[in-house]
Write a protein that binds this ligand. Structure first.
Ligand SMILES: Cc1cc2nc3c(=O)[nH]c(=O)nc-3n(C[C@H](O)[C@H](O)[C@H](O)COP(=O)(O)OP(=O)(O)OC[C@H]3O[C@@H](n4cnc5c(N)ncnc54)[C@H](O)[C@@H]3O)c2cc1C
Ligand SMILES: Cc1cc2nc3c(=O)[nH]c(=O)nc-3n(C[C@H](O)[C@H](O)[C@H](O)COP(=O)(O)O)c2cc1C
Length: 767
């Protein structure tokens, strides 16, 4: 094949090499706009896995590259005068210039023709004379941008400003240096890539950037300011730019996240940064470029594969890898963009949060990397959790939490789950066993299902209620069992179904109206949940008074039952949520319109409940932190304001759920998918929160808690099939200081022994 590679960066060069290795008959030319030896940037980092991949592909260039790799293990985080060092991270780096020299030499040796100082114009007809034109022309690709529709280009220009500088200071560790200045926070990401050379990327928010006047400075001045700001890390070494030709503030960039729906059009194929980018803070751009090149060369040389099929396979496989990395990169980018959220953390927790920011590294990964450091974090966590009383080194999920005078023994909660198994709202033997079993399972806190404050406030005829003495007596039986047989505390979740009421049992159809015997429903406005549901009556002030009083009456019964805590359900599109979300609330009075107005009634109900509930016992509120409807619904920013408003009325914990507030929601699911909302509400609002939503491993819980993303972790579905989730986690993590029902002691030690043995076998097999 006759092939033109536009751009002689890592992608173009490595593709040319990989093609020639597979078939020397290919005629390949590379056109690079720069002169040889002229390039942007300084060093790049790799992982061991990338080295394995390139070694398998081309041992010759890999040997030259690995011969020059700088290795380091530690990450140093400098903040507020402290340096937090953790080890075991295993980085390797190389100068970008050196990498390109090695690849150019290898390409030449294999017969690739290199043209330098050759600016390519996509409109030039000469490209039609090539079988393939490889657009390896970087993130600003002219060949992609000449025809953006054909490639389905999606660019997301990120908020922060950064500049890629170099220095002769040799950093021994991968260094993050955060500096508080008169204009706000600015920080550097620095790493060594040669014996006496390091990359030094300076980053800050646009606001801080403007406050410094960087937008009006020439590069030399910018560099002088950065040298002054980071002088204590540079030991007298200068900072340098290799983009000196750029005038004014042009050397500062906003990172563009690029993805493309299609990676080829006509004879043009996108490769490397032209097809996708991943934020520099996870350091994977070059790895992706090299791996793209290997895959493309593979499929183009596979016998029997048509060009179309080859390109389909190339895109399908590489895109999956890119999406995974872009997901992590997005988490990492956002962490730096929302840095203010974490600046109140103590340095140790700040460093933990930084290390786990992309969610690729978890608590147990950190233990493998640096056990001693992680145990320091665990001790710090326990000390804080116990107001200095405990020096324990143990997983954060087992640390206690005090809310008012209630102390939960550990941080795992059984999330509220409707069982649709009551008659006339009265809990029965099923509920007794269900809650009893889960209390025995070791969770620190147990939530009841949404227990309704009136017959009309039920979702279905099977919902539990608390409006009469018969119901209260059955709840008391359950609460007494929990208190007598476990260390768990039990929280009563109270709610009113509003527009989602009068529907079938959960497993008969979600939100589907009853076949007969429907009761009238009410809501903030006369907006039906869906075309199939009843049109609710818009609540009058008299309705509002009546329902508020029902909540208060239920709270009073809850006191008689002996509950430890009460939660108001103001999420998921039920009655109080129908006031909060603008998608359902169309009122024009004091209870509709602005967020303050939409919150007025839910806050009134909460305040009335709080007044009736004992002052030494805690209360929480469950909210939907987003309607998954963009700016048309409740946004995460509003969720912070909602949490703060309830806290002012005496809420001790914000139970941060999301969505289910309108039928056409567009949620983004995934592992721990709602935890970012808890993180935001907790750390922007400085409130105690509970995270929930697809959290299913002990490692998830520990990572969330240690990183300060929540104070409690709730699991719903995992507890449906495994009531003993917390005891199992304790056995798995070899943690013994948990209440185990004496009847089950034998089983616990057996499980712990077996799990330990399995872990040892797995470790031996890995070696
Ligand atoms: C601040 C920063 C730090 C980074 N740190 C890392 C890191 O630590 N690890 C890592 O793996 N990646 C890192 N990256 C990303 C990495 O630089 C890129 O992902 C990688 O260079 C992509 O390779 P590429 O060949 O696709 O594109 P590039 O390296 O951008 O190469 C494209 C080439 O095409 C040439 N070109 C462009 N247009 C034309 C034209 N019209 N005619 C002729 N030639 C043209 C350019 O001159 C350039 O040489 C970082 C990026 C930035 C911005
Ligand atoms: C069967 C079932 C019933 C539920 N009922 C309630 C409820 O009564 N009140 C509530 O606030 N959330 C309820 N939820 C939502 C859960 O509490 C939780 O927020 C959600 O399932 C996500 O957590 P998970 O991924 O751990 O299951 C219910 C979930 C399930 C699966």
């Amino acid at each position: 094949m006759k092939i033109a590679c536009i751009g002689g960066g890592p992608a173009g060069l490595y593709f040319a090499i990989s093609m020639k290795l597979r078939d020397p008959a290919h005629e390949i030319e590379i056109f690079e706009r720069n002169a040889p030896g002229v390039t942007f940037g300084w060093g790049v980092v790799f992982s061991d896995l990338t080295v394995d991949n390139i070694t398998r592909n081309d041992p010759v260039s890999a040997a030259a590259i690995t011969g020059e790799l700088a290795h380091w293990d530690d990450i140093d985080v400098h903040i507020k005068g402290e340096t937090i060092t953790s080890g075991g991270h295993g980085f390797i780096g190389i100068g970008r210039k050196r990498l390109l020299e090695i690849l150019q030499e290898r390409a030449r040796a294999l017969g690739v023709v290199l043209h330098f100082e050759a600016e390519c114009d996509p409109a030039d007809p000469k490209w039609q004379g090539y079988d393939l034109v490889i657009a390896s022309d970087g993130l600003n690709s002219r060949f992609r941008n000449a025809n953006p529709e054909a490639f389905g280009v999606d660019t997301d220009v990120r908020q922060n400003k950064f500049i890629w500088l170099g220095t002769n200071k040799a950093f021994d560790a991968f260094t993050f240096a955060f500096e508080e200045t008169e204009h706000g926070w600015i920080w550097a990401h620095a790493y060594r890539f040669a014996p006496d050379f390091s990359t030094f990327i300076v980053e800050c928010s646009e606001e801080v950037w403007r406050a410094f006047g960087f937008d009006e400075m020439e590069q030399a001045e910018t560099i002088a300011v950065c040298e002054r700001l980071f002088a204590k890390y540079l030991d007298g070494h200068a900072l340098m730019s290799n983009a000196a030709h750029l005038r004014g503030s042009a050397a500062w960039l906003n990172f563009p996240r690029i993805k493309c729906e299609r990676w080829s059009s006509g004879n043009v194929i996108l490769l490397g940064d032209a097809a996708h980018t991943a934020h520099f803070s996870i350091g994977s751009g070059t790895k992706l470029a090299l791996e793209d090149a290997i895959k493309l060369a593979d499929v183009l040389n596979r016998d029997g594969l048509s060009l179309g099929a080859a390109l389909d396979e190339y895109q399908a496989e590489r895109n999956l890898e890119v999406l995974k990395l872009q997901n992590s990169a997005r988490n990492s980018t956002e962490w730096f963009e929302t840095l203010d959220r974490y600046l109140h953390f103590e340095p140790l927790q700040f460093a933990y949060s930084l290390l786990t920011r992309s969610q690729r590294i978890s608590h147990e990964n950190l233990r493998l990397r640096d056990r001693e450091w992680l145990e320091g974090v665990e001790r710090w966590f326990w000390k804080r959790a116990t107001a200095g009383q405990s020096n324990k080194t143990a997983p954060p999920m087992f640390a206690p939490l005090k809310l008012r005078e209630m102390e939960v023994a550990n941080r795992i909660t059984v999330s509220p789950m409707a069982m649709y198994s009551a008659e006339d709202g009265v809990p029965n033997d099923f509920h007794f066993v269900h809650y009893g079993e889960r209390a025995l399972g070791g969770a620190g806190l147990l939530f009841t299902e949404m227990t309704c404050v009136s017959p009309e406030g039920r979702i279905s005829p099977g919902c539990t209620g608390l409006w009469n003495d018969e119901q209260a007596a059955e709840w008391r039986r359950i609460v007494d069992f929990v208190h007598a047989n476990s260390a768990a505390k039990i929280c009563l979740q109270l709610g009113h179904s509003g527009p989602k009421g009068s529907t079938k049992l959960g497993w008969e159809g979600n939100d589907v109206p009853l076949d007969d015997g429907n009761w009238p429903v009410m809501a903030a406005s006369d907006v039906p949940w869906s075309p199939a549901n009843q049109v609710p009556r818009a609540m009058t002030r008299a309705d509002m008074d009546a329902v508020r009083d029902q909540f208060v009456a239920a709270v009073k019964l809850g006191i008689d039952c002996g509950f430890d805590m009460v939660e108001l359900h103001a999420a998921h599109g039920y009655l109080l949520s129908s006031f909060i979300t603008p998608l359902q609330n169309k009122r024009t009075d004091d209870y509709g319109g602005s967020l303050d107005n939409r919150l007025r009634y839910p806050l009134e109900v909460f305040a009335a409940m709080r007044a009736a509930w004992p002052g030494d016992k805690p209360m929480s509120v469950r909210i939907s932190a987003t309607d998954w409807a963009g700016e048309n619904g409740v946004t995460p920013d509003e969720a912070v304001a909602i949490g703060e408003a309830f806290a002012r009325e005496g809420a001790d914990l914000i139970d941060v759920s999301a969505g289910q507030t309108w039928a056409e929601q567009q949620p983004v699911y995934g592992r721990m998918f709602q935890t970012p909302f808890s993180d935001k509400v907790r750390n922007e609002g400085r409130l105690a929160t509970m995270a929930v939503g697809n959290i299913y491993e002990p490692d998830h819980a520990n990572s969330i808690l240690a990183a300060g993303r929540a104070d409690l972790v709730a699991l719903a579905r995992p507890h449906l099939v495994d009531p003993m989730w917390t005891l199992r986690a304790a056995a798995q993590l070899d943690y013994r200081d948990i209440h185990i029902p004496p009847q089950y002691l034998n089983g616990m030690s057996q499980l712990a022994r077996n799990l330990k043995r399995e872990a040892e076998i797995a470790a031996a097999l890995r070696v």
